[in-house]
Design a protein around this ligand. Structure first.
Ligand code: G1P
Length: 288
């Protein structure tokens, strides 16, 4: 079964980034010159996903507008003969069909995903958490779809993380099947370090069966009092099994200003026209 649709939860106040998030949705903050959410949308499109459902708060329509055509900009670029930029701009609006659903109460990640239930319908789908930016030639979601095609049950991206990160993440109890694929024996959201079953933490890429929606509806608030996606996937796992795919690519959590800044510097260092200037400036800045 092909994965045709993806959910990208993007609602909330963006408290860590106030005051800029008073009017700019957090996911529209730039990693260098691209909004953070574009990384997830591009990754989905590259993997063949056709329809993306953004879960947003009221007033955050800019997130969806960004992926629509911009006729006056395109006309201006055409008149100026700026073919490369014109093509890049058209590329953004042709990546995927996008739509929005609203999450009016911040009740947790599971609750956010539940808002997309009708838009997804009765088919397996992907979830991208836009705070997680992954730099990979071949995006992990494509590999995860292959694992899903083999086993037919939930597939979650995981990464080996340092102990200090464990209490703020979801953590799996893994049974290795191959170098990068695990059968999941259990999973827990935001465990205390001493309760964590491993140091393989959930990174924001999922391929899920639609059964997860019922599990979210039937679930209760979990860690930090929120309706957790991890708890719903764990409930479905008990019935259908679940698998993990371990990423080894460069990964940034842009949910904090420091993470966002690191991702921007990393992006600049990848650019031919900026790398040298940035390296020289960083080297000098570190000496002072
Ligand atoms: C969410 C998930 C968690 C996962 C994390 C990855 O947590 O609930 O399992 O490890 O994303 O970024 P949040 O960051 O929303 O607290």
């Amino acid at each position: 079964m092909d994965i045709r649709k993806a959910v990208i939860p993007a609602a909330g106040f963006g408290t860590r980034f106030l005051p800029v998030t008073r009017t700019v949705p957090k996911v529209m903050l730039p990693v260098l010159n691209e909004p953070a959410i574009q990384f997830s949308v591009r990754e989905a499109a590259v993997a063949g996903i056709e329809h993306i459902v953004f879960v947003i708060s009221r007033g955050q329509e800019a997130t969806n507008d960004y992926f629509q055509p911009t006729p006056s900009l395109e006309l201006a670029l055409e008149e100026r003969g700026n073919a490369d930029l014109l093509q890049a701009m058209r590329g953004i609006s042709s990546m995927a069909h996008t739509s929005v659903v609203y999450q009016d109460e911040q009740l947790g990640l599971g609750h956010a995903v539940l808002m997309a239930k009708d838009a997804i319908g009765d088919e397996p789908f992907a979830v991208f958490l836009p705070d997680d930016i992954i730099y990979a030639d071949s995006p992990p979601i494509g590999e995860m779809m292959r694992v899903f095609a083999e086993y037919g049950s939930s597939v979650i991206a995981v990464k080996q993380v340092p102990d200090a990160a464990i209490p703020s993440l979801g953590v799996i109890d893994p049974e290795p099947l191959s170098e990068r694929v695990y059968r999941i024996k259990g999973m827990v959201e935001k465990p205390r370090l001493e309760d964590a079953p491993s140091n393989l933490a959930i990174i924001g890429r999922y391929v899920l069966t639609p059964d997860v929606f019922d599990a979210i509806e039937n679930g209760r608030p979990g860690a930090i009092g929120e309706i957790q996606l991890t708890d719903a996937i764990e409930a479905v796992r008990a019935e259908q099994g679940a698998y993990a795919y371990r990423i080894i690519d460069d990964h940034f959590d842009v949910g904090t200003p420091a993470g966002m800044l690191k991702a921007s510097v990393y992006a600049a260092l990848l650019r031919d026209d900026m790398a040298r200037e940035m390296r020289e400036w960083l080297a000098a800045a570190l000496v002072d």
